[in-house]
Design a protein around this ligand. Structure first.
Ligand SMILES: NC(=O)c1ccc[n+]([C@@H]2O[C@H](COP(=O)([O-])OP(=O)(O)OC[C@H]3O[C@@H](n4cnc5c(N)ncnc54)[C@H](OP(=O)(O)O)[C@@H]3O)[C@@H](O)[C@H]2O)c1
Length: 288
């Protein structure tokens, strides 16, 4: 194995396309690409001066390090379908946030080094990811020191940051990202529905919420936890919290429960700011 591995990609979708092109631009050699749709493999292969090949076997044969950038649910199936008898000297990883290296056990059993490299970035499409990926954290999962060093170098080659994950913690890691990213969208949608319910049109509601969320992210960046928390809890405005809960209960009791659960989870941050939570706790206990 060379110090800088040659790369291969199985899956020319959003993540495969963006990463292959970024690493190619950064000086890595991409040897081969395959995808379910040969036309997609051809397009990506041409962009990164690689060969478009017909099967994962051919990619693994050509490259030191193969990335399975396929949907989570097919990673194990693709790994199980590899028919090369020995994979000694080869490394194969996937880019799933939720799955761990065990999804590649069929390949590890034949001598491949296995692991995963998850870019914590929402790839809506390959083009926008190409322009915006710098600064992204890559979660690295690899037991073999050599593979781990390769994955760290790959992240750093695209101005990424690195989080090395202990074995067996992928589910915790990914659930943290889902909470912070996906469920921010869910809470936003809930807020949008409430504003539309009192007559705001979508554009007006979005304008209000977008700037608010942007300001919150800026506060998180600048002040972190608990400094970024603002609002009635941090002022110990128990009366306001009571009003909120009563108004929400009228609209949808389950939303009032979510509000109360989130408020309870926020109380340690309120305490850390030196604000008494006693009255707030009483209101939360009484109203929900
Ligand atoms: N999207 C994100 O935000 C994001 C972020 C971080 C990590 N990830 C992870 O990255 C991986 C890929 O996600 P993605 O968003 O790039 O998905 P995607 O855009 O749907 O691309 C997946 C690609 O895999 C190909 N494929 C599907 N089944 C295949 C098979 N059996 N053999 C060969 N190729 C096959 C598809 O083929 P064709 O197009 O050729 O039909 C498609 O190009 C997933 O593990 C995902 O969890 C995604």
């Amino acid at each position: 194995m060379n110090e800088q591995p040659s790369l291969g990609f199985v899956g020319a979708g959003k993540v495969g396309t963006a990463l292959a092109r970024l690493w190619f631009q950064a000086g890595y050699v991409v040897r081969a690409v395959c995808s379910r749709d040969a036309a997609k493999a051809n397009i990506l292969a041409a962009q990164v001066s690689a060969a478009a090949v017909a099967s994962p076997d051919a990619v693994i044969e050509a490259a030191d390090l193969t990335l399975l950038t396929v949907p989570d649910d097919v990673i194990e199936g693709v790994a199980a379908g590899v028919s090369l008898a020995s994979l000694a000297g080869k490394a194969v990883i996937h880019t799933s946030g939720a799955r761990d290296a065990a999804a590649l056990a069929a390949l590890a059993a034949r001598g491949a080094l296995t692991g995963s490299l998850h870019p914590a970035f929402p790839f809506a499409d390959a083009e926008s990811a190409l322009a915006r990926l710098a600064g992204t954290t890559f979660a690295v999962e690899a037991e073999a020191p050599r593979l781990q060093a390769w994955l760290v170098a790959l992240a750093q080659a695209v101005q990424g940051r690195v989080m090395v994950l202990p074995p067996g913690q992928k589910a915790v890691y990914h659930s943290a990202l889902v909470l912070a990213s996906n469920y921010t969208v869910t809470l936003y949608a809930l807020a949008e529905r409430l504003l539309e319910g009192i007559g705001a049109d979508r554009e007006t509601a979005d304008a209000a919420l977008n700037r608010l969320v942007e300001g919150t992210v800026e506060n998180l960046r600048e002040k972190g936890i608990p400094g970024a928390l603002t609002g009635p809890l941090t002022r110990a405005d128990a009366g306001t919290v009571r009003q909120h809960l009563r108004a929400l209960r009228q609209i949808d009791p389950s939303v009032a429960e979510i509000y109360a659960a989130l408020a309870r989870l926020s109380l340690p941050m309120v305490s850390a700011r030196g604000v008494s939570t006693e009255r707030l706790e009483r209101v939360l206990d009484k109203e929900v």
